[in-house]
Design a protein around this ligand. Sequence first.
Ligand SMILES: Cc1ncc(COP(=O)(O)O)c(C=O)c1O
Length: 435
Amino acid sequence: MSYITKQSAAKFAESQTVLAGGVASSLRAAMKPVPLFAESASGVRIRDVDGNEYIDYLLAYGPLLLGHANPAVTDAVHQAMQQGATYGLQHEGEIALARKLTEILPCAEKVALSGSGTEAVMLALRVARAHTGKRKIVRFHGHYHGWSDAIFTSFPSSDMRQAAAADQTADKILPGTGGQSELSLEDIILLPWNDAEVLEKVLREQAHEIAAVISEPVMCNSGCLKPKQGYLERIRELTKELGIVMILDEVITGFRVHLGGAHARFGIMPDLVTIGKALGCGIGVSALVGSKDLMAHIDNGTVSHLGTLNGNCVATAAALATLEELSKEGVHERLEQMGDMLVGGIRKLLAERGIAGIVNNVGPVFHMMFTQEPKVEDFASFNKRSAGDYVRFAELMLEEGVLIRPNGLWYVSTVHTEADIEATLAAVDRALARM
Ligand SMILES: Cc1ncc(COP(=O)(O)O)c(C=O)c1O
């Protein structure tokens, strides 16, 4: 088999002469053998400049829950463009999108629109601080909430550069990047996730200072770990009792693990929820949603919510079309089925080949890892995986015609078919044989 990435390599060399880092988002530099240059994509297929075609499970790091170039979203975006991309004035699309979100997401009474997950999280922290008059934020090891100074801590991912240097469980909180003020992390309390006892102790001791607890509902960014039975409920009870705001960061899980997000799937009612990624199907749009009480701080102007392109016509049109597609009968059942079929198939192949590995999933999002651990249910055991072996596997998968993220996280879309999954499993089998 001849797998050639010559054109991508040449373009990457050219890119490095003019684009800082050679990539537009640092993570992308980690792809081996070289960061690929895409030429076009539709549905689940993506082609690179060397003419290689892949079945895509990177899905642009999550936004493409409907696959590439979804016709309904594409049409909606075209139409919006023809009437003006953005006005800096109010328009009907903003109301329609906000209303739709309040219908779909159980915790949404009011909505604030922005452009990226990072911004939605920044706003959530601000609202929580304004609401409580307190400043500290509890967050958890292995979670990721965007790259703002306010919350970015060193992160153990094989596609993030700073990871290797850090002892991720040490008490000292390390900044996520060079150039980040260490002072910005003075307000952060970093705890192990899924440990209700530790959380309760810290919240009770420091409740007078803690404004919010922010958590991914499923630890998608480090192993796709599920919350232990009762854990999210315990966060809810404690935060309510102690006057602390509960923020669920659903930038990955939103619309993916359930139309109403993970908080609908698990039956939890947080105070604030952040959403992004899948909302725009590739167009930049995100939102903070929450209770009227909390969002009142934006209503009354205490909290500034700014952004030149917030609520622009292209973003609202893309999001409305996406939500309409995702609201169709049977979409989420099918997503679960396809996710389970792929995950079940990979587990079977690992077992048949006697390769020590684990696949953790919640519906159509899963993390595959090579590890000797019998199970991976917390951050410490997640960190024992062989990240290097997985990077090698991801490279072999490219040669086999499947695009996956080198850190182990896979996304399944609404347009992956049984035939795609079967072809993928055959590729996994060949790649495992070559490991
Ligand atoms: C849970 C979570 N929150 C926030 C973000 C930041 O979103 P964005 O990259 O759109 O700024 C991400 C991005 O991966 C994420 O996974």
